[in-house]
Design a protein around this ligand. Structure first.
Ligand SMILES: [Zn+2]
Length: 150
């Protein structure tokens, strides 16, 4: 076997601890491990990791992706703007909500890259996601702009 599929990851058999881990563990991996442990705050690596995760998700429509995002408790995404080659997605209750504000720091790049990978596969074209707002830099929510070409 070369690796785990997302379906493999859903096979959980923990008698006493069940299928959840605390949010602070996810934050530790994301914000201490990936941001501080990798060069350049993990930028290129995080994008590659996120895209790979996004491509592996068992979703075949935009709606299924947004549902899964909520089910995985990354955050509660909603589309706030839609035009020909642009989608804006706001995420309420993002995993970063409640962290201390650090001006000019956006920390949800991995989650954007997950969207990029998943939508790229769903739409079968190159998709670009940009993180435009983040709770951590003092915004009212996290937000992404999704763009693509024909
Ligand atoms: Zn966020």
């Amino acid at each position: 076997m070369s690796g785990f599929s997302f379906a493999d990851l859903q096979r959980i058999d923990r008698a006493r601890l069940g299928n959840e881990v605390p949010l602070e563990l996810f934050r530790a991996i994301r914000l201490i491990g990936m941001r501080e442990g990798l060069p350049l705050e993990g930028k290129g690596t995080t994008a590659a990791i996120g895209r790979k995760i996004g491509e592996s998700l068992p979703v075949s429509t935009e709606e299924e992706l947004l549902d899964l995002f909520a089910k995985l408790r990354i955050g509660l995404p909603r589309v706030t703007h839609r035009e020909e080659h642009l989608l804006k997605i706001v995420v309420d209750d993002c995993f970063c909500k409640g962290l201390p504000v650090i001006e000019e720091k956006k920390v949800c790049d991995l989650e954007g890259a997950i969207i990029e990978g998943a939508l790229g596969r769903i739409m079968n074209r190159k998709v670009y996601v940009r993180e435009t707002k983040c709770n951590v830099c003092g915004d009212e929510h996290c937000e992404y702009e999704v763009r693509w070409q024909d």
